[in-house]
Design a protein around this ligand. Structure first.
Ligand code: COI
Length: 356
């Protein structure tokens, strides 16, 4: 079901917009939050009080169970401005569906489509001036769902808050990144929560990532938890590589997030006539491809990072430099095509764009 006008959302506007204070040349990622946020509460088995209010702090009980036991999930999506000024969301229903996949695995309240889509679209309309005009800049949208029960015993929370906030953003990575293949710590194991966007998946990655940063890398490539042999994800992104002109990406299973950018890149690559394989890839295959000269590219793909080229990977004490990166690489060409779709410069033949 697409958003309708049936849900009544109370709107309390900010008295003083923070827009005049934004330095659009120095957006970075996630530093600036827009004027308003959407909020709704779940209690007694029902969603209540959907409202748009000024973005700001709120009170929380020190016994809040999300803080103690981690019932907290989020999504990441983006709004784009077309050259005629219209604003579009990219595949928002996919984010909505994945939000509930995460909610179900974390035993949290399911979010109705109308609540999510109507809250989202009304918020973006109200804060439409926060959608950047500059090419390459977008409005990042962060839906969040967390337990609100104040209870120290370990149990599934009976109450939740849904919030949607937005942030005008520039590039996540401003240059190609160096990644370290992680062979000790594990992001996710079969039967776990690796396929969800739950807070703990990110919290657990900080320590190993910090160790990699201390060694001069920018990010990790996660490998499987049993043998540290198969590639999984890179940092907050899905991973793709090009070997012998074939785009290869780890096949989805429950340790890997089903990225919407990943899926879109696969579609666009196929549309461009590029051969795509979704399968298991070993680190040895990268090393071997590097030795033979058949490994052409590695890049990460995600909502925040879009397509982030990787210039070097470290593995077992050795660094492997990748061929020079330019916009005619597979990653660069696919990004250009995807950007054209997202900014309305070519026909949206997959029906991905959702007008706000
Ligand atoms: C996204 O790409 O939306 C992510 O989830 C990355 C985020 C943690 C910054």
């Amino acid at each position: 079901m697409i958003a309708t006008q049936t849900l009544h959302i109370e709107v309390k506007k900010t008295k003083q917009s923070r827009l005049p204070s934004v330095d659009w040349k120095k957006l970075g990622f996630g530093n600036i939050l827009s004027d308003h946020m959407f909020v709704s509460d779940f209690a007694d088995g029902q969603w209540k009080n959907p409202r748009i209010i000024p973005y700001g702090n709120f009170e929380i009980s020190p016994a809040n169970s999300a803080l103690h036991y981690g019932q907290s999930i989020f999504e990441g999506m983006k709004a784009y401005r077309y050259s005629n000024g219209d604003i579009y969301l990219f595949r928002p229903l996919e984010n909505y569906k994945r939000f509930n996949v995460s909610a179900e695995r974390m035993a949290m309240a399911n979010v109705p489509e109308e609540l999510f889509m109507e809250g989202l679209t009304q918020l973006i309309r109200l804060d439409s001036n926060w959608v950047p005009k500059e090419e390459g800049h977008t409005l990042y949208i962060r839906p969040l769902l967390f337990a609100t029960e104040s209870h120290i015993g370990v149990k599934v929370s009976d109450s939740y808050s849904l919030m949607i906030m937005t942030s005008p953003v520039g590039m996540y990575y401003s240059q190609p990144i160096k990644v370290l293949v992680e062979t000790k710590y594990t992001r996710a194991v079969p039967g776990g929560v690796g396929f969800t966007k739950t807070a703990g998946n990110y919290g657990r990655s900080h320590f190993p990532t910090r160790l990699a940063l201390q060694k001069g890398y920018n990010q990790l490539i996660w490998t499987d938890g049993y043998e540290h042999k198969y590639l999984e994800e890179s940092g907050t992104m899905n991973l793709m590589c090009v070997i012998n002109d074939t785009l290869i990406t780890p096949e989805l299973h429950d340790t890997i997030l089903a990225g919407i950018t990943r899926d879109s890149v696969i579609h666009v690559a196929k549309d461009m006539g590029i051969k795509v394989e979704e399968r298991k890839i070993t680190v040895d295959e990268l090393v071997d491809g590097h030795k033979k000269g058949t490994l052409q590219e590695i890049f990460g793909v995600g909502t925040a990072a879009t397509i982030a080229p990787i210039c070097l990977f470290g593995y077992k004490g050795k660094d492997y430099e990748l061929p020079p990166i330019n916009e005619n690489n597979f990653g660069g060409r696919i990004k250009k095509e995807l950007d054209k779709i997202r900014t309305g410069k070519v026909a949206d033949k997959h029906g991905w764009m959702f007008k706000v």
